[in-house]
Ligand binder design. Sequence first.
Ligand code: OGA
Ligand code: MN
Length: 220
Amino acid sequence: MNESVSPALLPESRLAELVDALVDRGWYVGEGFLPETLHRPLFDELAEMARRDALEAAGIGRGTAHHLRRDIRGDAIRWLDRESLGQRRYLEAMGELQQALNQALFLGLFEYEAHFAQYPPGAFYRRHLDSFRGRANRVISTVGYLNPDWPLDAGGEMVIFAPHDPQREVARVRPEAGTFACFLSDSVPHEVLPTRRSRASIAGWFRRNASLGGMVDPAH
Ligand code: OGA
Ligand code: MN
């Protein structure tokens, strides 16, 4: 039988560059990593969700520990649910990334969760880790940026700190459409500086399944 193979969404050379950086230093930032055909429809979709009031204030903590803390994070989110072609294509691209990561790192990742995030002017997200060793099962964090033509003076950069060293800044990421960041969830501290414009991104996590006290860890 002649199976049709859909063309790759992410170039192999960029995936290799990302994997090398993760192995060498625990984090990666690539400008122009996501093609416009991937990020543009998602930017439009998120803008439409915001207009429809379909986003919810983001909280911190999981399950019953989940609560709002505007002094820690001020974004509004919506989890990807595969309802649009844009979302399905983004998740397909993350599937390509997962394959590249698994081949190189034997991580055994098998699940990916992601949410749209919109930071209104004035919003930020204080320095944090995305998971805590031995507890959560988020292994690798991803952030895809969606705003075309982000002005230099608009703030909203994501600051990345050295693994296990929250005093040492190693990168400042402008949230420009197509830029993609990826890092180890339990060891790379990062924060979002206050933005002056509405800032659009998709934050996502590759997970290993883990149970907590006999309960399957809730997806979100
Ligand atoms: C997060 C996060 C960074 C960003 O949602 O956990 O750190 O640049 N996001 O949106
Ligand atoms: Mn984070």
